[in-house]
Design a protein around this ligand. Structure first.
Ligand SMILES: [Cu+2]
Length: 82
């Protein structure tokens, strides 16, 4: 999991295991989209990862909340570094 800042946008990314099809992507995207401050949500099925962008002026996403949302969708957040 990491946070990077670029052009006033903060991107939070982490890996997710257990996603196997576009339905999985939809489920994870739907849960992550509920997070306050998540401006855009991108779920990569093949890479098994998600990235969320928050705009300037909003608090960074709580990594625990992101992980909880993934768990809520029924998938496994992978928070260990590569
Ligand atoms: Cu699926």
């Amino acid at each position: 999991m990491f946070n990077t800042k670029q052009n006033d946008l903060t991107t939070t990314a982490l890996h997710v295991s257990g996603m196997t099809c576009s339905h999985c992507v939809s489920a994870v995207t739907a849960e992550l989209s509920k997070l306050v401050g998540a401006e855009s949500v991108d779920v990569q099925l093949v890479a098994g990862g998600v990235s969320l962008v928050t705009v300037a002026g909003t608090a960074p996403l709580d990594p625990a909340a992101v992980a909880a949302a993934i768990d809520e969708a029924g998938y496994e957040p992978v928070t260990e570094p590569e």
